[in-house]
Ligand binder design. Sequence first.
Ligand SMILES: Nc1nc2c(ncn2[C@@H]2O[C@H](COP(=O)(O)OP(=O)(O)OP(=O)(O)O)[C@@H](O)[C@H]2O)c(=O)[nH]1
Length: 439
Amino acid sequence: MKEISVNRDPAELRQMLDFLGIAAFVIDVVSPDEYRLAAINARHEKHSGMKHDEVAGRSVDDVLSPAMAARVKVSYRRCVKSKTAIDYQETLDLPIGRTYWLTTLVPFFDEAGTVTRLLGTAYEISDQMHLELEARYQSTVMSAYLDESTDGILVVGSNNRIKTWNRRFLEIWNIPQAVMDSRDGDAALQAVVEQVRQPDSFVRRIRELYSSLGEEEQGVRIEMRDGRVLERYSRGLHGPDGSYWGRIWFYRDVTELQRMTERLVHLSQTDPLTGIPNRRVLMQQLEEEYGRARRYGHSLSVLMLDLDHFKQINDCHGHASGDLVLMEFVMVISPEIRASDCFARMGGEEFAILLPQSSLTSARRLAERLCRHVAGLSFTSQQGQFGVTVSIGVATLEDNDTSPEQLLSRADQGLYVAKASGRNRVHTSRDAARPEGAA
Ligand SMILES: Nc1nc2c(ncn2[C@@H]2O[C@H](COP(=O)(O)OP(=O)(O)OP(=O)(O)O)[C@@H](O)[C@H]2O)c(=O)[nH]1
């Protein structure tokens, strides 16, 4: 570097520095460990909060905190030693707060070629640094989220290039790392598609979402060939000016959740002792079948069944024997009915069978057969052998019925009559209404 000699006093230096459009300072090199501030300009004063008159001629050790003085002296020493201009970024904790600088130091020499002064120019870059730090903070939070998330996450840019993904995404989809490293959105889609049960509709929907740009998708279920169930969430990503940046995809493995939900639904619809549907299911199906029968003019019949003198069975043979009777009763009845019929436990020892597209005649025939089957059962307890019988009320949908409850209520009345006329029998809503004694 060309040798320059600057031997002006602080006031002159200050005047000279004020011509510069950026913050500037001059340092006198006293020894490798001692540096004195010769001058700072007005812009430096503005950004640093220091005053030229207060700092001129003073050692940096007096002006700056020990830690900061040690830091700046490292740069000064480097410049002195290298005898060339150096650039560096520095953080200064000044009375006005933490500031960030992009600094250039230029060495000045005496006639002997020794560096005696340093001219520093500095851009205050605190605003940019704060933005950068904020961006770094956001990206650290994002990385932590990506690492820890139980969702598989994929971000694809507007040019169909893969921007980012997390470990869980690879686990859920079992995609080779090389596919992701290729950053090719189509290659990743290909690897994914092979694993889903309905690849055509899957691809169609993915393409639709890509071309919609902004459309959001919430919790769409995807069935996998290996039996797993995934849930997909997706949304378009847009810049502040509304331009399309790409799309983010979230995949959640909900296999366990789905199993638990199905189990809960099953439990809420099933009688725990016998395993057949409960009252709620029958009422729901009755509602549906009533609508269908009305719409298509089909017949619809109902059987109400109640075991006879069941209390006595419990009392004489024990509750466990009573349970056994209920289970055996269900096992005997179940094979006798069609898949489209609904056999449900209404509560206690009362059951119902819904018979879509069955006339009163065929319903009665079935009821009589069931009556005979049940009467043929034989049980043994410590108290000895015993049997069981059932009474059945039968009703069919009439033209003037206005609700399914009317049908049920007539079957109930039939049951009441069957009980009152001696039990172990069938009574239909069209039989003589009054009990006539044992049949
Ligand atoms: N073992 C057992 N008994 C039950 C269960 N649910 C209800 N019961 C019993 O069933 C009996 C029903 O008695 P009642 O309503 O008097 O009827 P019943 O003795 O069958 O007499 P009728 O219906 O008039 O022939 C009661 O003793 C209940 O405790 C069950 O899940 N297991």
